[in-house]
Design a protein around this ligand. Structure first.
Ligand SMILES: *Cc1c(COP(=O)(O)O)cnc(C)c1O
Length: 425
């Protein structure tokens, strides 16, 4: 057997399907967000990043960077152990209290990533419940699918955001059987929002537990950044709220919040929590600083919404196929994997704008797209530059114009001054 050949063929297949992933070698520049250095073929060039999940630029916020540096200076770089064996630092304990408070829950539990929090959280909860049936939205993130799989529980997939379909499954299972509904608030590739209240009503009616992924909403929605559940006043109707520290909060790590009993059970039974080194104290301190800042400051949220709305309008006015989105995410339809990759390459190589192509399996075939994420730091001038570059690229490659859906209604008509990047440290 020629082992190497199997790996080479596996890679060849990705090339043939035009979904081989190429990473951009970047160096983000504190104080110049969203600018970064891009290294390619021995050349270094300054470019603008248009696809980061550092949605509010908090990864460079001076207070967050200072908290990181201060904690690292006092406590060192690593945690030194698992949570059980010397790795539970005081900043981590404080971070968990901050997260419980954010969602109005009794307790919070931090994992080393949002991926692990879903994988460990869902699998452990469903495994502990006797004969649990998991009801999972068809567009759930890979980390949730992994959690469902690892639980070993029976699962049923309901059509995306389809509460009637979900209800038929709940009805068939009956009130007595243990049931866990897993879904997201903001779906990050289309930018749509789930019917949280209707799902919570069904959970009450059929006595099911609810688990929501608010990864693309925490920090950005709700008066304190508690996500869509906070904005809609529904946090107390959802059993487990999961989120990440790596997107709007600009650091790293994931978490779940819920009742003390649920959180204590996951803490005590989840291998993905128990048998791994804890999050370092500096990251915990930086994350807590970021969360605290966004609990008290609305400016970043308002400016993000304003610039996202503006981006949608300006691109749609230019005839570009902006897909319908109810949130800060601006997907622009290309509809072909090869063209999508070529458009991304041209935007970066010719225009110095970085937007990663989103191809199958992240999105369905035929819906390949550029996923644009405007932040408070993407100024009107940068948005105009983006429009011109996209139009040039659409023309050069012959990508179809046209409407791909109605641009979302402006969430805020107010004009909010843009945030000016500040130097960290
Ligand atoms: C990114 C993402 C995660 C994983 O979060 P990380 O902290 O990046 O591991 C979980 N759920 C959804 C919906 C995501 O998009």
């Amino acid at each position: 057997m020629n082992y190497q050949r199997f790996f080479e063929e596996a890679i060849d297949q990705l090339h043939a399907e035009r979904r081989y992933r190429v990473f951009a070698d970047l160096e983000r520049i504190v104080g110049k967000f969203p600018r970064a250095l891009w290294r390619s073929n021995g050349r270094t060039q300054e470019i603008t990043v248009w696809c980061s999940n550092d949605y509010l630029g908090m990864g460079q916020h001076p207070d967050v960077v200072a908290a990181f540096q201060d904690a690292a200076g006092r406590m060192g770089s690593g945690a030194g152990g698992t949570r059980n064996i010397s790795g539970t630092s005081n900043p981590l304990v404080q971070l968990e209290a901050e997260l419980a408070d954010l969602h109005g829950k009794e307790a919070g539990l931090v994992f080393t990533s949002g991926f692990i929090s879903n994988e460990a959280g869902i699998s452990t909860i469903a495994r502990l419940l006797p004969n649990c049936l998991i009801l999972s939205d068809e567009l759930n993130h890979a980390s949730m699918i992994e959690g469902v799989r690892r639980s070993g529980a029976e699962k049923k997939i309901f059509r995306h955001n389809d509460v009637a379909h979900l209800e038929s499954m709940l009805q068939a299972a009956g009130r007595e059987r243990a049931k866990l509904i897993v879904f997201e608030s903001v779906y990050s590739m289309d930018g749509d929002i789930s019917p949280i209240k209707e799902i919570a009503d069904l959970a009450d009616k059929y006595n099911a537990m609810t688990y929501i992924d608010e990864v693309h909403a925490v920090g950005m929605y709700g008066p304190r950044g508690g996500g869509i559940t906070e904005r809609e006043g529904l946090a107390d109707r959802i059993d487990i709220i999961e989120g990440t520290l790596a997107k709007a909060y600009g650091t790293l790590g994931g978490y779940i919040t819920g009742t003390s009993a649920i959180i204590d059970a996951v803490r005590s039974y989840a291998p993905g929590f128990i048998f791994t080194t804890a999050l370092p104290p500096a990251l915990a301190a930086a994350a807590a600083t970021s969360i605290r800042h966004l609990k008290n400051s609305q400016a970043e949220r308002d400016a993000q919404q304003q610039q996202a709305t503006r981006t949608k309008e300006i691109l749609a006015d230019a005839g570009l196929p902006v897909m319908a989105s109810q949130t800060h995410i601006v997907p622009v339809l290309v509809g072909d994997p090869e063209l999508c990759k070529m458009a991304s390459d041209r935007l970066l190589g010719v225009h110095g704008l970085y937007i990663q192509p989103i191809n199958y399996p992240t999105v369905p075939r035929g819906t390949e797209r550029l996923r644009i994420t405007p932040t408070p730091f993407h100024s009107d001038a940068l948005i105009a530059e983006l429009r011109d570059a996209l139009v040039e690229t659409w023309d050069a490659l012959g990508i179809p114009y046209g409407t791909a859906g109605q641009p979302a209604v402006a969430e805020s008509e107010r004009v909010i001054p843009l945030l000016v990047p500040k130097s960290g440290g």
